[in-house]
Write a new protein. Structure first.
Lengths: 243, 241
């Protein structure tokens, strides 16, 4: 199948870029390890809460490097060549998504492996969390496809960094939103990152008391909207790039 | 002689700008047809329409007796393009690039086809090298080799030797000459000697229109000039220079 063939190519391109592996895997692992070396008196930094945060942090780099790959393909003649082949738009989009999923799986397994070594209790919830995370990762991959379709390779660095920062500050990864309150709290509620973290943490803890109906609605709206937008914009840009 | 490509009043407009204006063209099977023109003449837009990359605003394209509007996917199976810039996956090896494109075109006996191309283009020594580490000449050679993976009936070569040194260029000419007669080739170039030495016929574009067509000798005779470069300048400028 053409999409699998394209996914294989994308996977090779991604794993042969050492910088992407450092940011997607090594940096989050380092943060997971280093924050457990300090006895920080806040719930956010407890292993069972911080491991899901690290998963989300790793996803923000998935967005960044997906965007870079798509932008690089777009701006080189590579997609012109493929544009004249019998590949369909669905082959491209699914090919990009499928190529990232093995990397997401590797991330998750390594993050939980290190967390378990550091004291996280192993349970079936970990496997469930990995599965739920993989679904959430599709949102981050689609966001990467959308950014990569909109801006040049240089621009993906800037926009990707904004996503990384938003994940860090609005997901509740480092501090809860109510510690600042006001407009910041509203921003956190409007953006999807806190909802993503609540879903991952809830699955790991097998306790969804922190997850509000608003979280589910916000996540679903972003999830569907970003996937649809990425398909529409990618298709449009493939045509307009060739004008 | 069978017609491989036919266009009828082929037109492309971008908002108010007419990039290609009512082109009528017939290219025979096995012919090497060069499309020349100054920058902005409409060559690349024409190639993009003929290769199915962008849709015409109006007019028809008939390739191997199939109308592009109705049979775009079938047509895409039988053509291939070597774009202006080198279009290969940079982090993949040469062999992996060939395998990837064989997958794109769902080639049944892909190992046989890949080995055939390796032999034809003498790619043995660079087979395991990543594409981004190759010299410009090698990258272009690989790019053309890849464009033959589906045994295309029609091949578009968009400025295949742009930016190459004279030795690499002559080497690619040999490769292109080797393909002549077997497949229909549409070549765009800014090098007059390339068009003159390789092509069977030459079409000259200016301001979106196809202003003249013929063999290099015919065009020299028609413009009463001494050489092909002068003939081209005369046609492209409407005889002003």
């Amino acid at each position: 199948m053409r999409m699998i063939n394209f996914a294989k190519r994308n996977f090779k391109e991604l794993i042969r870029d050492p910088l992407s592996l450092v940011f997607e895997i090594v940096l989050p692992l380092f943060l997971l390890f280093i924050f457990q070396q300090f006895d920080i008196p806040a719930d956010n930094y407890k292993l069972e809460n911080f491991t899901p945060s690290i998963i989300l942090f790793g996803f923000s780099f998935i967005t960044l490097f997906t965007a870079t790959l798509v932008a690089k393909d777009r701006t080189s003649s590579f997609l012109i060549r493929l544009g004249t082949s019998p590949m369909k738009p669905s082959d491209y989009i699914l090919g990009y998504i499928l190529s990232l999923l093995p990397i997401v799986l590797i991330q998750n397994v390594l993050f939980f492996l290190v967390a378990v070594i550091m004291g996280l209790e192993f349970s079936v919830s970990i496997i469930l969390t990995i599965l739920v995370s993989m679904v959430i990762s599709i949102f981050f991959i689609s966001l990467g496809i959308l950014i990569g379709s909109l801006v040049s390779e240089k621009g993906t660095g800037g926009l990707g960094s904004i996503v990384v920062q938003l994940v860090c500050f609005t997901s509740g990864m480092y501090f809860p939103k109510d510690s600042i309150g006001g407009v910041f709290e509203i921003i956190c509620e409007i953006l999807p990152f806190e909802a993503c973290l609540n879903i991952i943490q809830g699955t790991l803890h097998n306790d969804f008391s922190n997850l509000t109906p608003a979280d589910i609605v916000v996540f679903l709206i972003y999830f569907i909207a970003i996937i649809l937008l990425s398909i529409i914009v990618f298709k449009k840009r493939m045509i307009s790039d060739n004008k | 002689m069978m017609i491989a490509i036919e266009t009828k009043k082929l037109t492309k407009k971008f908002k108010d700008k007419v990039a290609v204006n009512e082109i009528d063209l017939k290219i025979k099977q096995g012919e090497l047809f060069a499309l020349l023109g100054v920058n902005g003449a409409g060559k690349t837009t024409t190639i993009k329409m003929l290769s199915g990359l962008i849709l015409p605003t109006s007019g028809d394209i008939i390739i191997e007796n199939m109308n592009m509007k109705k049979n775009i996917l079938k047509i895409k199976e039988i053509l291939n393009v070597s774009p202006q810039e080198t279009a290969i996956a940079p982090n993949l090896t040469v062999k992996e690039n060939l395998e990837f494109m064989a997958g794109v075109y769902q080639i049944k006996d892909k190992d046989k086809k890949i080995n055939e191309l390796i032999k034809q283009f003498k790619l043995d020594e660079i087979l395991t090298k990543r594409a981004k580490t190759l010299s410009g000449g090698w990258q272009r050679k690989v790019s053309i080799a890849i464009s033959l993976i589906n045994d295309p009936k029609i091949l578009f070569l968009d400025e295949p030797t742009l930016g190459l040194d004279v030795i690499a260029r002559k080497e690619l000419w040999k490769v292109i000459e080797g393909l002549k007669g077997k497949i229909t080739i549409i070549l765009t170039t800014h090098y007059m000697e390339e068009a003159e030495s390789l092509s069977d016929r030459i079409g000259v574009m200016a301001n979106g229109g196809l202003v003249d067509i013929g063999t290099s000798k015919e065009l020299i005779k028609k413009t009463k000039t001494k050489n092909f470069e002068d003939a081209f300048v005369s046609i492209a400028t409407g005889g002003e220079r």
